[in-house]
Design a binder for this molecule. Structure first.
Ligand code: ZN
Length: 376
């Protein structure tokens, strides 16, 4: 047994280190200083170059052998934005809430887990996989950590990601998978010219409208028992000229598809490419697949996390695949992954805040998860 850690105090110290993505340096010092006295071996490395890096990553472990239970998370935060009631990087406790950028997503969740580790003895291996780039492109984040682990033969048996998944109250939602996401940019070509001489031009705007109509008419799927239907959204429309007397040379249609495990990103890109070219010959598509859909197959980690939540809150969580993507899209390649953490109502918003009571309850839930996974 080691001295107790106050999760709210540790969260406050992490918030006090501004760590807008990609993160490195003092926010990792604070975490390392908390972990070492608990008997964790802590490894840190910085990797990557601008614009996606450099990024700092941390792997910490305690104990040895199987089973290996890992907690995953990120110390980077999104930019605070303007208009906070208090300085986003000066933790502010008021009305039972800890305010600051990262209070919910996800410095308090990490602090709750570290505090849970302090009061516990366990078998097997307990580790933390912490990246400085989850909110950014993640190129040098969790994928780099996984390479680092693979090179050392480190492979957890299950991972709990401490992302803020709760919605109306702590423990109502556990994520057992996520939809995939792909962004695309369709260029509809035309010939630029004077609006008074349309016969010398070829207007791409009506063609872009046809492309949008064709895309809106697509029926991707009906979803399945684990996932809602895949959804395509047009997110922006841009032409190469804003002048009132010019027919533009091209229109770019930007879109995003959130897709379930009935689809694959590359197939959707091909579908959009075909649809666009049929509606507007010559249209081309650029695409970036952010992640494929994944679903953790039912197994012990479901039961361990559900039982821990039920024991603390009196309610079983709902297992969901809704919402944005997480680094589970990478970690699922290693083992079963679930996401569970604080209520997420204020994440990425102004005046992000975590309820002190929730942070303390989350520590107790995480402690039960560790006991369930590795024996008390
Ligand atoms: Zn997050």
């Amino acid at each position: 047994m080691t001295a107790a850690i106050d999760p709210v105090d540790l969260a406050a110290r992490l918030i006090a280190c501004p760590s807008v993505t990609p993160a490195r340096g003092d926010v990792f010092d604070v975490l390392e200083d908390a972990l070492r006295p608990l008997g964790f071996a802590v490894h840190r490395f910085v990797t990557g170059e601008a614009p996606d890096g450099p990024v700092e990553n941390l792997f910490a472990s305690r104990g040895s052998g199987a089973p290996h239970f890992a907690f995953a998370g990120h110390l980077d935060v999104v930019p605070p934005g303007e208009g906070w009631a208090s300085d986003p990087f000066v933790p502010d406790l008021r009305g039972g809430l800890l305010h600051g950028r990262g209070a919910v997503d996800m410095k308090s969740d990490i602090a709750a887990f570290v505090a849970a580790c302090a009061g516990i003895e366990h078998g097997g291996t307990l580790s933390l996989i912490i990246t400085g780039d989850e909110e950014g492109p993640a190129t040098y984040g969790t994928p780099a950590l996984m390479e680092w682990m693979a090179a050392r033969g480190i492979r957890p048996d299950f991972v709990l990601i401490g992302e803020p998944t709760s919605e109306d109250r702590l423990g109502d939602i556990v994520k057992i998978g996520r939809r995939g996401s792909v962004n695309m940019w369709i260029t509809v070509p035309g010939v630029q010219g004077h609006v008074a001489y349309p016969h010398r031009a070829d207007n791409p705007v009506p063609k872009a409208a046809k492309v949008i109509d064709a895309l809106e008419a697509l029926h991707l799927d009906d979803g399945n028992e684990s996932f809602q239907p895949s959804n395509l959204e047009i997110t922006a429309l841009e032409s190469t000229s804003k002048a009132t007397n010019v027919i533009p040379g091209a229109v770019i249609v930007q879109l995003n598809i959130r897709f379930n495990n009935l689809q694959r990103g590359a197939d959707l890109v091909e579908l959009v490419r075909r649809t666009a070219a049929e509606a507007a010959p010559g249209a081309t598509v650029e695409a970036k697949i952010s992640g494929e859909a994944f679903l953790t197959p039912p197994g012990p980690i479901y039961e361990i996390v559900s039982a821990a939540i039920a024991a603390e809150t009196g309610h079983k969580p709902r297992l969901s695949t809704h919402g944005g993507t997480s680094d589970g899209r990478f970690l699922i390649a290693l083992c079963p992954v679930v996401d569970f953490g604080l209520p997420n109502a204020t994440m990425h918003k102004l005046d992000e805040a975590a309820a002190v009571e929730d942070v303390r309850a989350l520590q107790r839930i995480y402690a039960r998860v560790i006991e369930g996974a590795l024996g008390g």
